[in-house]
Design a protein around this ligand. Structure first.
Ligand SMILES: Cc1ncc(COP(=O)(O)O)c(C=O)c1O
Length: 376
């Protein structure tokens, strides 16, 4: 008999939560307060408390969050260091605010750049001058070097922004992702460890930046004066009250969802460790979002063959992080032309991300680990 399919995505919601969501949605519709109301405020407050920052500002996507934090740092007309191994959105945000991109290569143990790569890029310099780094905690993995990257950049007078789209709940040395640098942007896209349908959250510690970020998401209108005065070059990137309700429901159960993911990570990786199969470990972190488990494809094997073999066993893999580095994406042609990023070029097509969700049973996680050993 064919085994139950194991899928790469799972929307974690119970019948009770659906009922509560419906009830709250009804209240919102009846109240007529559709945006910037009490649910948005409550979601922001709860999220800031969870991450440990003073402020959190809800937006309509991780992409708009990135754009706003770059604008807060006045990145326009400067060069920003960005890993080439990231989602389109990270690089696009830098370009959208009118900054130049200088890519960084990656280290295969974290799938993020190393401290040495940042130091080398800073030492080399750029035209226009480098203002900072937009760092990505890929798959929810915080590089053990990240605190040193922040320290080094600050010594150099550079900002460090975090793209925390994958890193809800990831923590290192007692500090959560989103509170490790000078500002962060989370994504609540449906595939992420928590979702609001679409949505994002900025986390900050500076009062004036909080004030401006709220203006930037609301067409540049400062304070609570939603009249006709536009002071900043903002956009309409607010979240709706209904999105915020789902955010509150998901945030309340985030620790539980992360515990389940962590358990599955342990069960999947136990046989990999025993068989000596290499993967990106989060063992150095206090907690990890376990958004993606990154498994290196051994030399001589092909990612596609492994995916097909697993599909034969009814185990279906989702996207990787990432199959094609940004410097090879057609839309970004011309950026850093002539430069090569050999580690990203090798590892982007040579890793797989097995299913790892909060909906998986322990049996399923064990099945994934054992199947990986058979096919890797
Ligand atoms: C690393 C990274 N940054 C930013 C984003 C953008 O988030 P959103 O889709 O919410 O705009 C994503 C989204 O998928 C992402 O993976």
């Amino acid at each position: 008999m064919a085994k139950q399919p194991i899928k790469p995505f799972y929307f974690d919601i119970t019948d009770d939560e659906i009922e509560y969501f419906a009830e709250q949605s009804k209240n919102i519709l009846k109240s007529g307060r559709l945006i910037l109301g009490e649910n948005t405020t409550a979601f922001e407050k709860a999220f800031a408390e969870y991450v440990g920052t003073k402020y959190a500002i809800a937006v309509n996507s991780g992409s708009s969050g990135l754009e706003i934090i770059l604008r807060l740092k006045k990145a326009e007309g400067t060069t920003v260091l960005v890993p080439t191994n990231t989602n389109f959105a990270t690089v696009a945000a830098v370009l959208r605010v009118g900054a130049q991109v200088q890519y960084l290569d990656m280290d295969e143990t974290t799938f993020a750049p190393s401290l040495a790569m940042v130091q080398e890029a800073v030492a080399k310099g750029a035209t226009p001058p480098i203002s900072g780094v937009l760092w990505v905690h890929i798959g929810g993995v915080i590089s053990p070097e990240f605190p040193q990257v922040v320290e080094y950049c600050h010594q150099q007078g550079l900002f460090v922004l975090e793209d925390t789209a994958h890193a809800h709940g990831s923590q290192i040395k007692g500090v959560q992702a989103g509170n490790l640098g000078d500002g962060a942007a989370f994504s609540f896209f449906p595939t992420k460890v928590m979702t609001t349908f679409e949505g994002g959250m900025i986390t900050l510690n500076d009062e004036q930046e909080d004030y401006i970020a709220r203006s930037l998401r609301n067409q540049g209108k400062r304070g609570m004066d939603f009249g006709g005065l536009h002071t900043d070059f903002g956009n309409s990137t607010r979240i709706s009250e209904i999105h915020a309700v789902l955010g509150l429901i998901q945030l309340a159960k985030l620790p539980q969802m992360l515990d389940r993911r962590q358990k599955c990570y342990q069960l999947i990786t136990a046989p990999l460790r025993e068989a000596g199969i290499s993967f990106v470990s989060t063992d150095h972190q206090d907690h990890a979002s376990q958004y993606k488990l990154i498994v290196h494809v051994p030399q001589g094997k092909k990612a596609q063959d492994i995916k097909s073999a697993l599909a034969e066993e009814n185990i279906f893999l989702g996207g990787t992080v990432y199959e094609i580095p940004c410097h090879q994406q057609p839309v970004f042609e011309g950026i850093c032309e002539g430069q090569s990023f050999p580690r990203a070029e090798h590892w982007c097509p040579n890793h797989i991300c097995p299913p790892l969700t909060s909906g998986m049973t322990e049996e399923e996680a064990k099945r994934v680990g054992e199947a990986l050993v058979r096919h890797l």
